[in-house]
Each structure stands twice: as structure tokens, then as C-alpha cells.
Ligand binder design. Structure first.
Ligand SMILES: [Fe+2]
Length: 293
């Protein structure tokens, strides 16, 4: 697959860090128009209280409005397991189309079973406005964006490239953070390694924007690096680490990790494009299956 890389377009990227989930959401503006996209929004949840709020999403909405921008796309790099998407809330306020990788259907099939969802839960991705395949392009104003299929962390992960900026989701972390886990249902360390190579095959000066950062070794939170930097310094895949070395390391490391605190609500909401599921009486309701994960 050859991708339509265009390093001459430099979108303005505004980052919004969510300290509750260590997620970074982005507003990406076409340099030649007032159109933008939002990548990986966050809806706030107080899980213990069963309460949802929208402070983080409201900050994104306020910025889009105050800059007079038109929102074309609300992109999900994947079905996140550690935070809830605010995509439908943002869409209701600002418009825009919600896009995700077409392999969402695999994720919906897997978790539809684990959460014992009935037939009313569609597993065809129809909750989203656009299901993107590897190499598919879309427009943000005059700027062409495209998706690269980068599975491994989950089966539906995509990296989204907008001009000289790539949003890698959980494919890579900052060089000193390495890579994301590959042990969720449908994840695979070898596949993740192959996907990372696709990202590292982009031009060295391509800007890379992370979905998460945890400030390893006490450093301040960071979210932007470059392909060249990752190739030279990434602690898991930099300096030519082999596929075998990566699989061994990743598998051993993943066996030591706890499940993310918000995995159960996140999956149920995010596999529905950010809609909270409802019980038979129409009340918002989440499940806690005691087997399956
Ligand atoms: Fe993730």
C-alpha cells in the first residue's frame, strides 16, 4: 500500500490533556481553511458514583466555537479501553462525522459476546458515520487526510495522517514510553510490531501525536515526537529491535499489567460510538460481567 503523504501541509494541532485518564485529545485545523477535526475526545465518568460529565469535551467544543471553526470529522483511532469517547456529545453540539476503522465489526463481535448483548446491538459498525479501510482518504476543509491500518493493540486501530501530522492512537508511545499493550481480546504483539513498522516507514520529519502519556520516570507529560525520533530512541522498537525481541518483551510485560480501571464502561460505550447503553426501560445502564476479560 502506498499512502498519499503530503509533507507540505502543516495543520495547526491543539492538544488537550485529560489528567484523569492520561489521554490527549486533539483539534486539528486545516491551514488553508477554518475547518477542523477532533481526534480521540474524552467523556468524564465518576465510575464509583455512576455519573457522567462533560468538562473535557466542553473545553474542546468551546475552543472550536471561539476560534470560529467548522468541525468536519470526529475521529476515533480505536475502541479505547481506558476512557469513554464524547463523540456523540460533540457531534450534537458541533456536527461532523464520526469515523473509525472498519474492523470495528471484529471488536463489536468480540465484546458483544463478552457483554452478552442482545440482537439489538448491531455488530456492523452502523453506529459510526464512516468505516475507514487501509489507505482511505477524507477531507478536512481543503486538507486531505488518510488512515493507515495499524492493528495489534486492538484489531481496529488506525493511524490518521493529516498533512505532516500523524495521530498514532495506541500504536506507539513517546520514545521513553515505548509501545502500548497487546493483550486485550483481539490484540497481538507481532501484529503490533508490524503496524509500528508502517508508522516508522513514514518520513522522518512526520510529526507524531500520542493518544496517551504517563510521564515515565517522573518527567512532564509530553505528546509530540517524530518518526525520526521514535526510530532512534523508542525503548521498545527503536534502534532496530527485532520482531522476535519485541514479541518476547511485550508478552512478558503485558502479563504483569492490571486491566485499565475504566475498561468495562469504556468498551460498552465506545463500541457504540460513544453512546451509553440503555436497559429495557430506556435508562442508561452499564454491565459488569464477572467472566470473559
Ligand atoms: Fe487504547
Amino acid at each position: 500500500m502506498t499512502y498519499p503523504v503530503n509533507m507540505s501541509v502543516h495543520p495547526d494541532v491543539s492538544a488537550h490533556f485529560d489528567p484523569a485518564t492520561n489521554t490527549i485529545s486533539y483539534i486539528v485545523k486545516d491551514p488553508s481553511s477554518d475547518h477542523c477535526a477532533i481526534v480521540d475526545s474524552v467523556m468524564d465518568i465518576d465510575y464509583a458514583a455512576g455519573r457522567i460529565t462533560y468538562d473535557h469535551a466542553d473545553r474542546l467544543i468551546d475552543e472550536v466555537r471561539s476560534r470560529g471553526l467548522t468541525l468536519d470529522w470526529i475521529i476515533e483511532t480505536h475502541v479505547h479501553a481506558d476512557h469513554l469517547s464524547a463523540a456523540p456529545y460533540i457531534q450534537e453540539k458541533l456536527g461532523g462525522k464520526i469515523g473509525i476503522g472498519s474492523k470495528i465489526m471484529v471488536v463489536q463481535e468480540t465484546f458483544g459476546k463478552i457483554f452478552n448483548e442482545g440482537t439489538e446491538f448491531q455488530r456492523d459498525g452502523s453506529q459510526f458515520d464512516a468505516l475507514l479501510e487501509d489507505g482511505d482518504t477524507y477531507r478536512i476543509g481543503n486538507m486531505e487526510a488518510f488512515a493507515i491500518y495499524t492493528p495489534g493493540h486492538t484489531p481496529a486501530c488506525m493511524t490518521h495522517v493529516m498533512g505532516d501530522a500523524a495521530f498514532v492512537g495506541d500504536t506507539l508511545f513517546m520514545p521513553d514510553g515505548g509501545s502500548a499493550r497487546a493483550d486485550f481480546p483481539g490484540g497481538d504483539a507481532g501484529t503490533l510490531y508490524d503496524s509500528i513498522q508502517k508508522v516508522l516507514a513514514l518520513p522522518d520529519d512526520m510529526r507524531l501525536f500520542m493518544c496517551h502519556d504517563y510521564g515515565p520516570n517522573g518527567r512532564d507529560i509530553q505528546w509530540e515526537t517524530s518518526v525520526g525520533d521514535e526510530k532512534a530512541h523508542n525503548i521498545h522498537v527503536g534502534k532496530g529491535a527485532t520482531r522476535e525481541e519485541f514479541i518476547k518483551f511485550r508478552t512478558e510485560r503485558d502479563a504483569t499489567l492490571d486491566m485499565p480501571k475504566l475498561i468495562l464502561p469504556s468498551l460498552q460505550v465506545n463500541m457504540r460510538a460513544g453512546e451509553v447503553p440503555r436497559d429495557k426501560d430506556g435508562n442508561p445502564m452499564l454491565k459488569v460481567p464477572l467472566s470473559g476479560l
